[in-house]
Unconditional design. Sequence first.
Length: 446
Amino acid sequence: MCLPSRPNLPDETNPPPPACELVPPHETTNLLLLALHQILFRVGWLFKTETVIMPVFVDYVAGPAWVRGWLPVFSRLGQSLPPVLFAGYLGQVKLQRRALALVTGLMSLLFAAAAVMWWIADSEPAEWMVIALMSVYLGFFLCNGFYQVLLGSIQGKLIRANRRGSLLRLSTFWGTVPAVALGLLLLPRWLEQPGPGFGWICFSAAIGFGLSALVALRVFEVPATPAPDRTSGANCFGASWAAIKTDANLRRLLLVSVLFSAGWMLWPHYQALARERLQLSQSHLVVWVVTQSIAVGVFSLLVGPLADRRGNRLTMQLMIFGAALAPVSAVICAYLPSQWAEGVYWMVYVPLGLTPLVSRVVLNYALEICDPIHHARYQSLANLGLAAPLVVSPLTGWLIDLTGFEWTFFLAAAAMGIAGLVAYGLDEPRHRLTSGSGFGAAQSPE
């Protein structure tokens, strides 16, 4: 259902058209350009997959599970708090495509630096490499936090609410094709020799992100008019807190995000469970990476149209319940006979393919429950909700070292199930009146 705009005049006999019928300039061209941008970004992302590639990378350099457990902390904390702090500035950027290209280019440079680091060190693990690798990883996700907010704001500005699902479908499904092809072609030979191979893996990620940055510069965007509520520092946190206090729907969304993010804490440990409990070898890593990538692409064919036709709320609920199957199925596989488990463990990575799509839908939902002037703030708060529990992620690795995988995986699945139940209480913004004429805006908290 389209979201109607609030009339500017009291004459109800001639109301303005619904907001979702107000077509932004160059919308179709921008949709295709943003899809291509995200396709190339997805190719780069394949070579740094958080469930397989980076955990194996860290295990090769360091070893203990508690070190691996810092990966979700750096990823989610890095991409959540800085955008909240600078939300006021991000909302003021006149040409967001330039800022988007800048942060994407910085992500490319970071992985290029990681590749050079490995080649200089002659691919031999050393103590300094742990610090260097973690620093690159944290820097990458600091950039990615700004990237997510900027990308969401650009979508909110240039693409209507009931076409953002189409953008998700195009970018995710068609990003799967080159990502899977390159993964099958290149990863097997590189993962057989993890030392030298990691340098080429990082360099390939850098190429994908670099090309994605160049495409971002081609987006058609009219410079924004500066908004009057520029905030920074403590004032920015105050404005964010005010939004949370006055918007009950935002508070519920944050609760859903916090509970769901329990599943993120397990990402580095799926491959560890397979290697330690099932004695599966490095040869299975490519199968898991490719399976997850294909699952993301296939699910996007369903998620995109469902979000456009039925709204992001229902889509979010269904995806959360589906993603909760991943930790449960992993534990079940751990109790199967080894010959069976080896043949079916790849299926764990099918529901894992829903997890990145959930975060995309959460951010799209956040765009719909506020006016365009608040897009950056709501995006950064939604990211913060997804990141909050991950500050205890190293304790997850420590708990696995202490008690094994079962209890930790089942507790995470329970939290994700509760998130799906809480999501039933969210509003469907396309059924509500907007407070302005922005595309897909809903009632502002202010």
